[in-house]
Design a protein around this ligand. Sequence first.
Ligand code: EPU
Length: 423
Amino acid sequence: MAKFVINGPTTLNGSVKVGGSKNAVLAILPGCLLATKPVTLHNVPAIRDVSVMLELLRCFGMGIEGESGTVVLDPRGLQATTIPDDLAVRLRASITLLGPALARFGEYASVHPGGDVIGKRPLDAHFMALEQLGATFESDHHRYTVNAKRLMGTTVLLEEPSVTATENVLMAAVLAKGTTVIKNAACELHVRDLAHFLNRLGAKVTGAGTNKVVVEGVDMLEGGEHRVRADELEAATFIMAAAAAGGNVTIEDVDTEHFGVLPYKLRKAGVNLEQHPDRFIVKGPHKLRAESIKTGLWPNVPTDVASPYTVLMTQAEGVSIIHEWMYEGRLFFTDKLVSMGANITMADPHRVIVFGPTKLYGRPVASPDLRAGISMVIAAMVAEGETVIDHAEHIDRGYERLDERLRALGADITRLEETEPAV
Ligand code: EPU
């Protein structure tokens, strides 16, 4: 257990480098199960979700050198296995092992990874799609097993454009016999990065990043090298932190071309944001105005930024509505912002109305999930006085050395590690 202690208000100044994409690497690492020779990955972020995924891959006999930065994965000793329940439930993204493990070993079994605090996330889209490729599933309330002698390419219509379901089908189809056409595919940037990675190993994937992905099956993948794309969600988080706190911040090492509509919305909200091909520059002061958003699939404003955007709107003049249609629990954390002085009314679980601007005050709060946690860090940097954020380990799941990087920008943030009391 960890806590962040933050004293505000602080402005942020300087440069920060964006790390590798969490959601891209959480698909690319399982994709290494399809390889037959060593794979070198660069720009692997040092986050907790990556550590758990590497531990899961070790269970399959994957040789692994390095934990972050450059990581070399050697698949030559791979064997089918049942992953331990405690690891599978620690990482919801363990679901991305399903497609590649099935393709490589013809079988896979796991506990259901379950939902999390942001909401229910059924796996129907994954199961239905893989069944279309010839897999058979058995499932009870606790565990599922899946088998397939040989996956056969076909046209797969996804029930909904789920990101990880698209990734699972894509990875399963790489070694299937014949051609698979995935319709209603998710277009998110991590799907595109996964396809680039698989193609470097010898896969034949076209159309990734659009809603129709075509995969020509091949007999085997070799090894190869790939640099994980920069995390656009982390870049977006730093933009919002800089805009809410004030100051001048350059957000470096990011591919801004494929960012979608978020920069336009931020400019409409009064954020003074310069966009260069490889960096954003946020230049205060800003005249923040209320600007409502409805999250959506790429290239719309991603669900994952709804929480930090809500904090930004507490500092904007006027009334905004944040409509987060995907997860029914994502916005519940806003009661913590209210306890810090924000004026927010929950219209229903998917929508909050923010009346701004309001002064925020430091409070003891707890981080219920990754994106709510980072939002409270932003709120704490805006707020007057001390905020103690409990369960900061949720934030470590997706943000590398956040406290160090914010301190380098001028934030007054300290990490306290709590040890379990002796019994
Ligand atoms: N959904 C719909 N309609 C759709 C698409 C999705 O109702 O058109 C529902 C799904 O049924 C599901 C939920 O929305 O219950 C989540 O959607 P999806 O299956 O696409 O999410 P995921 O694949 O489980 C990934 C990211 C999430 C991110 C979502 C949405 C990974 C490992 N996770 O999850 O990231 O929020 O896509 O973009 O890639 C995070 O980074 O904090 C995170 C939760």
